[in-house]
Design a protein around this ligand. Structure first.
Ligand code: NAD
Length: 409
């Protein structure tokens, strides 16, 4: 099943509970605009390479569209559409005044020199600068992109449209970025993990956690949960994983990864593969890498009692059904990783006001939004006897649907 079919299946389940008509469902699911562009670049060796870039704008009923840019070899139109729709529901779940969009380039950034990466990024902006901007659609980092890439996007956009740092978020803090944006997705994941554990009558202190993916989101989630007193037993990345039953030394691992670029070989740990990590004997499993990793084939092996989806779309509907039957609680992506877009919103607000907030202000406001959103989703799940995933979709679809009708169709 494709990532779009997965997202659509979850939408349909929520729409059924809500009693939404087929016509309204179709209106809410259909994207506003889908753009596909060619990016031709002269590589360092003089050869010409051609890449395909996408920007899909899903819904704008609640405000300018918002969503990350992914540089990954598996990026395609279906995946970008699925992720764009998730952004629509996600911004609505945390109630920030945005719609949803997503973009990406089908490319392996690790195989490009810095000059080539900059060239691809600037050429992509040349192709799409007319359809994004601070009041229409605001890109941000996602897998394979970072603050430097956002800085190039801002700079290239400004060549066409003049000074306007609010055209993109996730920028370096030295260049109109927000303090706390880099850690925001991982921090939001840590906050909802703590809230979910509390509902299960288990304090975060001493909770045993495994995290797949040790990039931006996974590493900050690990660091903040470690600070909250949890034990991070296992982590992995694209090259393999590591485990220590007594808990990994996360502050040391954060230094190690900066130097070695992968987790394998870290002090006081045994090597494990990604399949072993997903089946680890832990309280909480946090997928924080790619989509579609928890499937009908491996869901029965999962021993965690709580899954917190830091990655987008990590669970297939087959796996989701198995988790529901096994009473494994799943906190869905559209809530669990919404901390990133929330602090992106704070960055956009600061850019528009030309006023910088202290990091304590950013963290305090993020904490409130994540805790309140978790509680609201939990309440709907309770009242309607549905999973937190369907409850989150009900919350998001309800807000988008009301805005659509109020604005006039
Ligand atoms: P990243 O590129 O910084 O890190 C990705 C990590 O996953 C790396 O450690 C990489 O080695 C690992 N990985 C890649 N393929 C893997 C595989 N097959 N098996 C195991 N590990 C693998 O990306 P990120 O920004 O941390 O994003 C991770 C996930 O979180 C993505 O699904 C992304 O859409 C989602 N997300 C990110 C943000 C954000 O602010 N960065 C916000 C919301 C959601």
């Amino acid at each position: 099943m494709s990532s779009y079919e997965t997202a659509e299946r979850y939408f349909n389940r929520a729409a059924e509970v809500m009693g939404i008509s087929d016509n309204m469902s179709k209106l809410l699911k259909t994207p506003q605009r889908e753009v596909k562009v060619q990016i031709a670049l002269e590589m360092d060796d003089g050869q010409i390479s051609t890449f395909i870039g996408y920007r899909i704008q899903h819904d704008k009923s609640r405000g300018p569209m918002k969503g990350g840019l992914r540089f990954h070899p598996e990026v395609d139109a279906g995946e970008v559409l699925a992720l764009a729709s998730l952004m629509t529901w996600k911004t609505a779940v945390v109630n920030i005044p945005y719609g949803g969009a997503k973009g990406g380039i089908s490319i392996d950034p690790s195989k490009l020199s810095p000059r080539e990466l900059e060239g691809v990024t600037r050429k992509f902006v040349d192709e799409i600068h007319d359809i994004f901007g601070p009041d229409t659609d605001i890109p941000a980092p996602d897998m394979g992109t970072n603050a430097q890439i956002m800085a190039w996007i801002m700079n290239q956009y400004e060549k066409y449209h003049g000074y306007n740092p609010a055209c993109v978020t996730g920028k370096p803090v030295e260049l109109h970025g927000a303090d706390g944006r880099e850690e925001a997705t991982g921090r939001g994941t840590a906050i909802v993990t703590r809230s979910a554990l509390l509902k299960m009558n288990k304090p975060v202190e001493g909770a045993r956690i495994a995290i797949q993916g040790f990039g931006n989101v996974g590493s900050f989630a690990a660091e903040i949960l470690h600070e909250m007193g949890a034990k991070i037993i296992a982590v992995s990345d694209a090259y393999g994983g590591i485990r220590n039953q007594d808990g990994l030394d996360i502050p040391e691992l954060m230094k190690f990864i900066k130097e070695h670029k992968k987790v394998e070989g870290f002090l006081n740990s045994e090597n494990i593969d990604n399949a072993t990590l997903l089946a680890a004997d832990v309280d909480v499993l946090i997928p924080a890498a790619i989509g579609g990793v928890l499937t009908g084939e491996n869901a029965h092996d999962v021993r965690a009692k709580l899954i917190v989806e830091a990655a987008n779309n990590p669970t297939t509907p087959e796996a989701d059904d198995i988790f529901e039957r096994k009473e494994i609680l799943v906190i869905p992506d559209i809530l669990a990783n919404a901390g990133g877009v929330t602090v992106s919103y704070f960055e956009w607000v600061q850019n528009r006001q030309h006023f910088k907030w202290e990091i304590e202000e950013v963290r305090k406001r993020l904490e409130k939004i994540m805790v309140d959103s978790f509680d609201r989703v939990w309440k709907i799940a309770d009242e309607k006897s549905v999973s937190p995933r369907i409850a989150a979709y009900i919350l998001g679809i309800g807000r988008v649907g009301r805005a659509t009708v109020l604005g006039g169709i």
